[in-house]
Ligand binder design. Structure first.
Ligand SMILES: O=C(O)/C=C\C=C/C(=O)O
Ligand SMILES: [Mn+2]
Length: 385
């Protein structure tokens, strides 16, 4: 049985191409947590656990993800057979509660390693393999300025890179937000789909008004308008409005998926490998959605190329993906961390086809941008390596 002989977890900070304004934070850089595993046969696997705005978006931070892996997950991982991904994640789950982004990073690295060992893409290890080789990719307009957002939409439409637009709202008065969205929808017209993400920032009363006005403005989807725990409000809003409500922050794995589907809390799910706790639980979330007649959208935590490739592998296996994906994370960063950037063309992302994740890191660029580059924190398993 092979064993894990090296676990290297580190943070890579990369600037964004412009400020990225969400309801809870404005991003000027992304802090990517990377995990690199090496097993006793010399095979390597890489994974990513990335969030948004420090601790402002969710309950894990880049620094906390690194600590959870180094201090609590690595000691268990060292006792596991890396080729048995499900068994390893089950054993980790016995002593590590929650920490879904940290678990996602480790599970991704194990799947990458297992795929390389077997000579198959990660999608083959999930749900019976890929049924599509490319994925539609939305772009988020979030510069904070309506005119600039319209310019950006015109540019990416002309480049045939995106024709699905997600607008971040929730910071301003509801009517001001709707006016911002309506101006962009008027500019885009029927050349593209416009959706919004409120990131939980509306009360139910604000969401009632907002969803009505957004529907009239021609918006196709309203993401997480109210607090993630308020399933009852989500169900009332979902039943009352024609524009579909999409669950995002409310979805942290299969149990949440079942609860929300069962109460009619959303008509669409934003499936995210990070919030789900890995690709395998994300696939379970999607299966519950399909069983409950809930539509699917491939979400992002604005990961770099590693997490984006991992998400692409699992989204490629889903029988339906009616709302497309938002796997544009690498395009928001000034530098790519992959040796061979992911391929975006003709409004789609191509799913990598090589063994494992089908990608490799740009080692020099990652070494330059790694936060601990003055004192790397390599974790060599005692007596192995
Ligand atoms: O910020 C973006 O552009 C995309 C998604 C991020 C988080 C979310 O969906 O809430
Ligand atoms: Mn969202």
């Amino acid at each position: 049985m092979a064993t894990i002989v090296e676990i290297d977890t580190y943070i890579v900070d990369i600037p964004t191409i412009r400020p990225h304004v969400l309801a809870m934070a404005t991003m000027h850089h992304q802090s990517i947590v990377l995990v690199r595993l090496r097993d006793s046969d010399g095979i390597e696997g890489i994974g990513e656990g990335t969030t948004i705005g420090g601790l402002s978006y969710g309950e894990e931070s880049p620094e906390g993800i690194k600590l959870a892996i180094d201090t609590y997950i690595a000691p268990v991982l060292e006792t596991c057979d890396p080729s048995q991904v499900g068994a390893a994640m089950a054993k980790i789950g016995k002593s590590v509660f929650g920490n879904h982004l940290a678990k996602c990073a480790v599970e991704t690295a194990l799947l990458d390693l297992a795929g390389k060992r077997l000579g198959v893409p990660v999608s083959t290890l999930i749900g019976g393999g890929a049924i599509r080789d490319r994925l539609p990719v939305a772009w988020t307009l979030a510069s904070g300025d309506t005119a600039r957002d319209i310019e950006e939409a015109e540019r990416v439409l002309a480049e045939r890179r995106h024709n699905i637009f997600k607008l971040k709202i929730g910071k301003r008065d509801v009517r001001a937000d709707v006016a911002h969205v309506a101006a962009i929808k008027r500019a885009v017209g029927d050349r593209g789909s416009v959706r919004v993400d409120v990131n939980q920032n509306w009360s139910e009363a604000q969401a009632d008004l907002g969803m009505k006005l957004l529907e009239e403005a021609g918006v196709d989807l309203v993401e997480q308008p109210v607090a993630r725990h308020d399933h009852a409000a989500m169900a009332r809003l979902s039943a009352k409005h024609v524009v579909p409500l999409m669950a995002d922050e409310a979805l942290h794995g299969p149990a949440d998926a079942f609860a929300i589907a069962a109460c009619g809390g959303a008509r669409v799910f934003a499936v995210k490998i990070a919030q789900s706790g890995g690709l395998l639980p994300a696939h379970a979330v999607a299966t519950i959605a399909q069983a409950g007649g809930v539509g699917l959208y491939g979400g992002t935590m604005l990961e770099g190329g590693v997490g984006t490739a991992a998400s692409a592998h699992v989204f490629a296996t889903l029988p339906s993906l009616a709302w497309g994906t938002e796997l544009f994370g690498p395009l928001l960063l000034t530098e790519d961390i992959l040796a061979e950037p992911l391929r975006y063309a003709d409004f789609h992302l191509s799913v990598p086809t090589g063994p494992g994740l089908g990608i490799a890191l740009d080692e020099d660029r990652v070494a330059f941008h790694r936060r601990d580059r003055r004192s790397p924190t390599l974790h060599v398993v005692a007596g192995r390596g």
